[in-house]
Design a protein around this ligand. Sequence first.
Ligand code: SAM
Length: 238
Amino acid sequence: MRTYSLHPESIRNLFDHIAPTYDLLNHLLSLGQDLYWRKKAVQELNGLEGWILDIATGTGDVAIEVIRQDGYHRKVFGLDFCESMIKRAQQKVSGKGLSQRIGLSLGDALSLPFRNNTFSASMIAFGLRNIVEKEQALSEMVRVVKEKGKVIVLEFTFPQKGWMRRFYPIYFQRVLPWVGGFISGDRGAYAYLPESVSHFGSVESYEEVMKKVGLDNVHSRPLTSGVVSIIAGIKKCG
Ligand SMILES: C[S@@+](CC[C@H](N)C(=O)[O-])C[C@H]1O[C@@H](n2cnc3c(N)ncnc32)[C@H](O)[C@@H]1O
């Protein structure tokens, strides 16, 4: 079994290996909920127009959803540091005829290749837990957004109450690595997922860093009993 760590090179290798089955396993392991989670995160844009940045875009599902919700007034730039994932995003985007509205490129979340105050909003879905330097990644997301622009994070979190709180660890630590490993052929990649969430799984920990990097009105919204959460804030003026 391959083992992975939070080292960037290791994360890049992980996504390189699982890219061919990434979309299928996302839908299967989340029982189709991942589509709903991204839809809700994009709704947080709340009518924002102009350029939207999707960091750790992976196979491009958030970028595509941003255009699906308002294809007339928005353009998206999707960025990821894994070539195999970006290639898949490019295939999907051109297959849907969206190449004029969605630009894609290789790039690192820790050093965004954009000027200050460029985007109306920046988003990251299921990417931040893979990044050790969360404060640096979030600072970059704030830097490239215009004043009063939005920063939106969608991430796995720990359910706080109800039956899901008891069921979730069993599913996450036993079922998910087994099914993910069986289909992708890389059990280590899907054993790593629960581990990555355990490093930084509370909504409060995300909120704290988001306030620290200069966001106002930081608020969160649990989805599916808190299995994932949307955490968002607005860039301060001045
Ligand atoms: C779980 S996938 C999420 C993909 C997509 N956002 C989604 O909703 O399906 C995480 C992605 O983060 C990317 N990633 C991790 N660390 C990164 C970094 N430092 N810079 C850019 N991309 C990164 C990985 O290559 C991978 O494609």
